[in-house]
Design a protein around this ligand. Structure first.
Ligand code: ADP
Ligand code: MG
Length: 279
């Protein structure tokens, strides 16, 4: 039987849910990014909570990829801080002093983040199984037998158990992207980033990849940041949607708020353009 405390702990609203989730797993604080003299992100404040699914929509060039690449440590913010799991990404703290992150520190923090890009970047000379075990063995230091056991389970989850001995060139784009997802998720990251994971695929292959992502989302306490042009998918999967334009988060809210009751003229224009042209 449930105790009174446990019953009270069941969240009654999204706000309560977030409060009960405690500390955010990802924190952007006053993050800006410039390339040369061009500022592409401006004063970003963003928290992502454990298990939360956050979709990012917005026009091309609005800074979505840069937002994700900074979290993946592929770009360094020009100013501001990013924390993952309570640790600063680009600084390490030594006796209360912030020092620039060294490679060892980046490696450690990066291990809690996984990413799937538009282009799958599988290792072409390795079988599907090896593609998925590689990180387990060489990054996490797992023994081959255990790594293979985990990889097979993961490949079953993405519907590719029968392809473990194949090479990437033998797979369709949708299958390759499912391998890329398996390869990232098998590392058990706390946060998964998906940057337009289906935009390079032929239309008939999009569905199978979105289904795999939805299944993973439904299972887990893994947080997800999903950059997508698939509005129905965003609506279905996301706890919260961010709309970016011109390097800022212009508006955010639940799927209902964003799609049914957009507040800012820029989001309204984006959605109506999208409804007319599909992009
Ligand atoms: P989105 O993913 O929303 O299309 P991006 O984050 O890719 O946007 O890009 C935001 C802006 O930053 C764009 O104007 C883009 O041209 C610019 N940009 C992105 N990466 C670089 C880079 N490495 N060097 C110079 N400019 C860049
Ligand atoms: Mg992009």
């Amino acid at each position: 039987m449930r105790t009174a405390e446990a019953t009270e702990a069941v969240p009654q609203s999204r706000e309560q849910h977030l409060t009960l989730k405690g500390l955010p797993i990802v924190k952007y604080r006053a993050v800006s990014k410039s390339f040369g003299s061009t500022q592409v992100l401006k004063d970003i404040h963003l928290d992502i909570f454990s298990g939360e699914k956050v979709a990012v929509i917005g026009p091309s060039g609005s800074g979505k990829t840069t937002l994700a690449r900074m979290l993946m440590t592929l770009e360094r913010p020009t100013s501001g801080t990013i924390e993952v799991n309570g640790e600063l990404l680009w600084h390490r703290e030594v006796k209360g002093q912030w020092l620039p992150a060294n490679e060892k520190h980046l490696h450690k923090v990066r291990s809690s983040i996984g990413m799937v890009f538009q282009h799958f970047n599988l290792f072409p000379h390795m079988t599907i199984l090896r593609n998925v075990t590689e990180g387990l063995i060489h990054v996490l230091g797992m023994g081959r037998a255990e790594a293979e056991e985990r990889a097979v389970l993961m490949l079953e989850k993405v519907g590719l158990a029968d392809k473990i001995g194949e090479y990437p060139s033998r797979l369709s784009g949708g299958q390759k992207q499912r391998v890329a997802i398996a390869r990232a998720v098998v590392m058990q990251p706390k946060v998964m980033l998906f940057d337009e994971a289906t935009s390079a695929l032929d239309p008939e292959l999009v569905g199978e990849v979105l289904t795999v992502i939805k299944d993973l989302a439904a299972q887990g306490d893994m947080a997800m940041l999903l950059i997508t042009h698939e509005m129905d998918f965003a609506r279905e999967i996301a706890d919260r949607i961010l709309f970016t334009d011109g390097g800022s988060i212009i508006e955010q809210g639940t799927p209902e708020q964003i799609f049914e009751n957009p507040q800012s003229p820029r989001l309204q224009a984006f959605l109506s353009r999208f409804r007319q042209t599909g992009r």
